[in-house]
Design a protein around this ligand. Structure first.
Ligand SMILES: Nc1ncnc2c1ncn2[C@@H]1O[C@H](COP(=O)(O)OP(=O)(O)OP(=O)(O)O)[C@@H](O)[C@H]1O
Length: 240
């Protein structure tokens, strides 16, 4: 379980961009973060990924205080939490399969990223994962020839192959057409049913309602909604 207690982030010498945020995300849950532009969604996700520091507050994973424990806290997050960028960074001249196998700088040693060398027995797992995400026929295609939705799914496959138990996705469907957006969210939902935890920034609240188990709503850095297992009421939507 991921647990955030009273997290506040103040930019040094600047504004407070997250104020007193508390929520939990259980294993296998699909949690959407919604809110207007500038409400702090990406900042919250980056704090969860340890890409940003917060000012006060406690972050625990499986009961372990993340900041107080290096190996069972910070190191575990770096190993098991994958951050999915809005526009995934793939190596354009490498195939989808090679991108999945090689991993990112957070997932794999630098020498492997540079040389592209992988173990033969890793191939089967990568192909299985690409198949699960409907990309088997694209495995040998160069990343630069893939569509936006396919690139996003390659990034998801890459995270899974490198052992991600939690996906932190920053607007994973931004710029994609409605059909592809739903396909990606359906894939993520199916992975949650297999035990993956997903925390995703989603701009369209109707898609968040359709696919997520829990909706966290932010307004000007404050948590204004924490809704589980149902759609948002009109009054709740007005709070965003
Ligand atoms: N380094 C920084 N210095 C000052 N302000 C910052 C910094 N980083 C973020 N902010 C501010 O924090 C607020 C929240 O930013 P964040 O990117 O989390 O918003 P968001 O909800 O993800 O917005 P969007 O939906 O437009 O991507 C914004 O007002 C932003 O300007």
């Amino acid at each position: 379980m991921i647990k955030i207690d009273h997290l506040t982030k103040q930019i040094p010498g600047g504004p407070t961009v997250l104020s007193d945020i508390s929520f939990v995300a259980h294993k296998g849950e699909f949690v959407s973060i919604v809110g207007a532009s500038g409400s702090g969604k990406s900042m919250l996700l980056k704090c969860l990924a340890l890409r940003e520091k917060w000012t006060t507050g406690k972050y625990t994973v499986e009961g372990v205080d993340v900041l107080a424990n290096f190996f069972t806290g910070q190191s575990k997050i770096r190993r098991e939490f994958a951050f999915l960028e809005e526009k995934p960074i793939l190596s354009p001249s490498r195939t989808a399969l090679k991108n999945v196998l090689v991993g990112t700088k957070y997932q794999t040693p630098a020498w492997r990223m540079l040389t592209g060398m992988v173990r033969n027995d890793d191939y089967m797992g990568a192909m299985d994962t690409l198949e699960k995400l409907g990309l088997l026929d694209k495995a040998k295609q160069k990343a630069e020839q893939l569509s936006g939705g396919e690139r996003q799914r390659v990034a998801i496959a890459r995270a899974l192959v490198h052992g991600a138990k939690v996906l932190l996705a920053d607007e994973p469907i931004s710029g994609l057409d409605p059909h592809t957006s739903e396909q990606i969210l359906r894939d993520l939902k199916a992975l949650c049913q297999q035990g993956l935890t997903v925390v995703a920034v989603i701009h369209q609240s109707e898609l968040a309602e359709k696919f997520s188990d829990r909706i966290i709503g932010l307004n000007q850095g404050r948590l204004v909604l924490d809704v589980r297992g149902r759609r948002l009421t009109t009054a709740e939507k007005l709070q965003l």
